[in-house]
Design a protein around this ligand. Structure first.
Ligand SMILES: Cc1ncc(C[n+]2csc(CCOP(=O)(O)OP(=O)(O)O)c2C)c(N)n1
Ligand code: SF4
Length: 591
């Protein structure tokens, strides 16, 4: 028996240890990341600073809270955290960080940045992501864009897969599958961003950012190198002034994407996990799907030795776009079949097919469809490791005979037979917390209808409250702009959370006023961005300031409803023409 040395363990280890191992969550790894980058830069002789901005939303709902909690550490490492008013403006601020040295007035050698946003935040920031990525990053700066993707909408109003939004803005994407890789890919991402002049997306899903694990925190463990097979244009790839859209496009299409692929190749970011001897079957997978695939192999009782025996090769992609071709071509040698395991829409699979198309002796590639063109790994929802396991086992059994594997597959098929599963006997709908003000404020008089928006009050749609439909965050009421001219209904109520109002909702109210529709906004002031964890607003906002803003926007009438009407007096700044009602009189007011 070996005697292990005991060492003292501190809660701060996850941020302060620079060698050995520490226990942390994925979100904590994202807090640690800029601290490490600053130290690496200092060691390399660069006096850099960091900047983090974005907007909360699951699976990155708690990132801002963790950053705020560690302000002192961030300050000590010259990392500024500035919560964004919304994702799009935050991304623009990140663009600004890359411009800081352009006019010779920069305080630092460069600013490395992190932008964060939930899938819908990525979507609404498309314009700036494209502008900023084409403009480029600075030589000692670089930007990581954390894409918080909720594949199954477990805590979202749409199922998200942000890779395609990134691809559209030509932002390369790294897809970590563990807490360790969140840190590693973050450091790699900044180096790639500086080298290629591109922003770099870092995919964040529940399974990685909400995971907890012990990771190697040795700052020097990554041995990264710059490619020697890429010819830079004479003027480089980084941000500059002046610049033109045409020059940016040429730089992107003719150099930056190739630079990204060269970097990926030089640092072997995509790698063969199991060489599989004389393999006939190759599995290519990425990110969370890699975890599902490993689980599938566990279910089948296949480890590296088993893979060798069955002739199975396994390849883990780090950067699904732009996919690095040479690694794939090498991997594909000698294979009869490649199975691409990727959750949601196919991104890697079509790129592989394109790389292999010109080969005379190419393997068959399956993934979203099977060998006969029938659906295989569905694009909707999530992948089921049992299904992955069964898919792999069936293919292995077409090449080899193995009674044990055959039996495992049969057992698995029985387990997967949904007709044998117990039927759901009860559905439990989420509801407001007891005492929640939304419980009463979302009620409308009989005969009236309301529309919901983003926030806890969204749940009202599942209750008996005549609330029909919702919008994405910040467009509350804009549906009615389009509906009203074509509806016999004369008026609706529109709920909007105060967090949403601050984020972007005022623009929707402006649209409602300018279109002349008849609508009553209920601005649900609970003094918090509740659904994402009860964060405060990202700037000053009071009931009084909202009243002023609403009149300035052209609202015809503003009333205040409160449990504590006595708090809203003229001496507290409520204008004389604004009536203040007790919450119990809401129904009378609404009629
Ligand atoms: C563009 C976008 N960014 C972030 C989110 C994540 N999100 C969901 S609910 C919510 C909080 C909304 O707060 P508020 O409007 O105050 O409503 P409350 O939860 O307090 O009812 C946020 C930020 C989102 N859905 N869409
Ligand atoms: S978190 Fe706050 S706003 Fe959301 S349901 Fe609970 S009390 Fe209501």
């Amino acid at each position: 028996m070996s005697v292990m040395e005991k060492r003292s363990v501190l809660l701060e280890d996850k941020y302060t240890l620079r060698e050995g191992y520490a226990f942390m969550t994925g979100i904590q790894a994202l807090v640690r990341l800029p601290l490490v980058q600053r130290e690496l830069d200092l060691k390399a002789g660069h006096n850099t600073a960091g900047y983090i901005s974005g907007y909360r939303g699951s699976p990155l709902g708690g990132y801002d809270q963790q950053l705020a909690r560690n302000k002192k550490l961030l300050d000590e490492h010259y990392v500024k955290f500035q919560p964004g008013v919304n994702e799009d403006l935050a991304a623009t601020a990140l663009w600004g960080t890359q411009q800081a040295e352009l006019s010779g007035e920069g305080k630092y050698d460069g600013v490395f940045g992190i932008w964060y946003g939930k899938g819908p935040g990525v979507d609404r920031s498309g314009d700036v992501l494209r502008h900023a990525n084409f403009a480029g990053t600075s030589k000692f700066g670089g930007v990581l864009a954390l894409m918080g993707d909720d594949h199954t909408a477990e805590s979202s109003t749409t199922c998200n897969q942000s890779e395609f939004a990134m691809l559209d803005a030509m932002i390369p994407v790294l897809n970590p599958s563990s807490v360790q890789e969140i840190i590693d890919f973050g450091i790699i991402g900044w180096m790639l961003s500086r080298y290629s002049g591109c922003w770099v997306g870092l995919k964040c899903v529940h399974d990685t950012v909400e995971a907890t694990s012990t990771i190697n925190v040795d700052v020097a463990r990554l041995k990264l190198e710059l490619p020697n097979d890429f010819n830079f244009p004479v003027d480089g790839l980084n941000i500059r002034f002046p610049d033109t859209p045409q020059a940016q496009e040429r730089r992107m299409h003719e150099f930056k994407v190739d630079a990204v692929r060269s970097f990926c190749r030089a640092n072997k970011l995509d790698r063969t996990i199991w060489p599989g001897g004389n393999a006939k079957i190759g599995i290519v997978t990425v990110g969370k799907s890699y975890l599902d695939t490993r689980l599938a192999f566990d279910e089948l009782g296949i480890d590296e030795t088993g893979a060798e025996k069955f002739g199975v090769r396994l390849y883990k992609v780090a950067m699904p776009w732009p996919l690095e071709p040479q690694g794939i071509l090498e991997f594909a040698k000698g294979l009869d079949l490649i199975i691409v395991v990727e959750e949601k829409r196919a991104l890697i699979e079509p790129q592989i097919k394109e790389f292999l198309y010109d080969l005379s002796n190419r393997p068959k590639v399956i993934g979203k469809t099977d060998e006969t063109g029938e659906p295989l790994f569905r694009t909707a929802g999530a992948l089921d490791p049992n299904h992955i396991a069964a898919t792999i086992a069936r293919r292995i059994l077409t090449f080899r005979t193995d009674e044990k594997l055959k039996k495992r597959l049969q057992e698995m098929e029985i387990r997967m037979d949904s007709s044998l599963l117990p039927q759901e006997s009860m559905v439990r709908l989420p509801y407001f917390c007891s005492g929640c003000p939304h419980n009463t404020s979302t009620v409308v008089p009989e005969g009236s209808i309301a529309m919901a928006g983003i926030g806890c009050h969204y749940m009202v749609q599942w209750m008996d409250r005549d609330t029909i439909g919702f919008t994405h965050m910040g467009a509350e009421g804009a549906n009615w702009v389009g509906q009203a001219p074509f509806s016999t209904r004369k008026h609706i109520f529109q709920n909007i959370g105060d967090g949403t109002y601050f984020h972007s909702g005022t623009m929707a109210i402006r649209a409602a006023v300018s279109s002349g529709i008849n609508i009553t906004y209920k601005i649900l002031f609970n003094d918090a961005v509740a659904m994402t964890g009860g964060q405060g607003f990202d700037g000053p906002m009071t009931v009084q300031s909202i009243i002023q803003q609403m009149y300035a926007e052209g609202a015809k009438r503003v009333d205040v409803v409160s449990d504590e009407p006595e708090k809203f007096t003229q001496s507290s700044g409520i204008p004389a023409n604004v009536k203040v009602y007790d919450r119990k009189d809401l129904d009378i007011l609404q009629r």
